[in-house]
Design a protein around this ligand. Structure first.
Ligand SMILES: Nc1ncnc2c1ncn2[C@@H]1O[C@H](COP(=O)(O)OP(=O)(O)OP(=O)(O)O)[C@@H](O)[C@H]1O
Length: 346
């Protein structure tokens, strides 16, 4: 039985349709909904949770229809845990009372045991139970919000950009802890994010959303290495898209010269090539390999750097290079492509 099954879902506000017929299947584990601001990620979560009424389609949670079935099941009866942006804990309640808040009446009598178990799941010290939210760090507050969502033992937890207010290091640590807690609780989760690193590192399945549609739903490595659409390639791999031509022998030609193509692409003729930044190597000007170009600018990150290069054709490409061999703006370089390039029909 799947934790969440969505078919042909349409939803919006007034006359505006935001979700344009979505299908999604979540068995278990974490599914990340990845997309840029305004594409409809929160609207999808709200439709699943029961805060937005869809105009078409069906939603089933743990095998039970909640939309498009015999009756529209209200939010409180869907058996879903919801972690909103920035946790939204009740400021006047202690951690323990926050966690116990959503428990059904029958389980409130042993609330202390449920709270202790939920705090253990999210790896929080039991001594924090009597603190108030303002006495916790941002990461601890997020874990309490998850403990509150997990306490009623839902089959499905929805998380809306849960780490967006945390700084980079805390974000990674909290993200991993949250995934461990979800797995330990046996709950499937749908995590909304616009951060591709977060989606790729935390999720078992990534659904890439653009304008209320899913362009690809697949495991992280597949959306990264074998994007189904040029927009997925540009969004996920920071790929440069170049016009070119597929040659008869399965190779391709573009402003980067002749390149090897990933099998299964379009037939010979005009095409678009997606080249990920780490597939491009920048060598000193005058090197034998590659095509010539001029460095436009460099962004240094410590562990590596990205280098924008203007090719002789006038097109610009972005290369990622180790931190110890970074050229400077204005340098003449040779750009070499490594590995297979993904081609899409023009
Ligand atoms: N209550 C509302 N009434 C009318 N339009 C809305 C409402 N909420 C959202 N929208 C619009 O619906 C579209 C999708 O919004 P949504 O919040 O789902 O996007 P999102 O992908 O979650 O964005 P973000 O990453 O910025 O949170 C946007 O164009 C937004 O302006």
């Amino acid at each position: 039985m799947s934790a969440l099954e969505i078919r042909g879902l349409e939803a919006g506000y007034g006359r505006t349709t935001v979700l344009q017929g979505l299908d999604l299947h979540v068995d278990s584990g974490v599914t990340a909904i990845l997309g840029s601001s305004g594409c409809g990620k929160t609207t999808l979560l709200r439709a699943v949770a029961g805060f937005v009424e869809p105009t078409a389609g069906t939603i089933a949670v743990a095998g039970r229809p909640v939309v498009g079935g015999p009756r529209l099941v209200p939010a409180r009866d869907r058996g879903i845990g919801y972690v909103p942006q920035e946790g939204a804990l009740f400021p006047h309640l202690t951690v323990a009372r926050n966690v116990a808040f959503g428990l059904p009446r029958a389980r409130r009598r042993d609330a202390a045991a449920v709270v202790a178990e939920a705090l253990q799941l999210v790896e929080l010290d039991p001594s924090l139970a009597e603190r108030y939210p303002h006495e916790l760090s941002g990461g601890q507050q997020q874990r309490v919000a998850l403990a509150r969502a997990l306490a009623p033992r839902p089959a499905l937890v929805l998380l809306d950009e849960p780490f967006s207010s945390l700084d980079a290091s805390l974000r990674e640590e909290t993200g991993r802890a949250v995934v461990r807690a979800l797995r330990a609780a046996g709950a499937a989760a749908v995590l909304v994010t616009h951060d591709q690193g977060e989606a790729l590192s935390l999720a078992d399945q990534v659904a890439v959303m653009v304008s209320g549609q899913f362009l690809q739903v697949a495991p992280p490595a597949s959306v990264y290495l074998t994007p189904a659409d040029p927009r997925v390639a540009a969004f996920i791999g920071h790929a440069t898209l170049l016009p070119g031509e597929v040659l008869a022998d399965g190779r391709g030609r573009c402003a980067l010269g002749e390149v090897a193509l990933r099998p299964g692409g379009p037939a010979a003729g005009a095409a678009r090539f997606a080249v990920r930044s780490e597939q491009l190597q920048v060598r000193p000007g005058g090197s034998a390999d590659g095509v010539p170009g001029e460095v436009v600018d460099v962004s240094f990150f410590g562990h590596d750097a990205t280098i924008r290069v203007r090719l002789a054709s006038g097109e610009q490409v972005t290369a990622r290079t180790p931190a110890d061999s970074v050229p400077t703006a204005g340098d003449r370089v040779q750009v070499v492509v490594t590995g297979d390039v993904t081609a899409f029909g023009a």
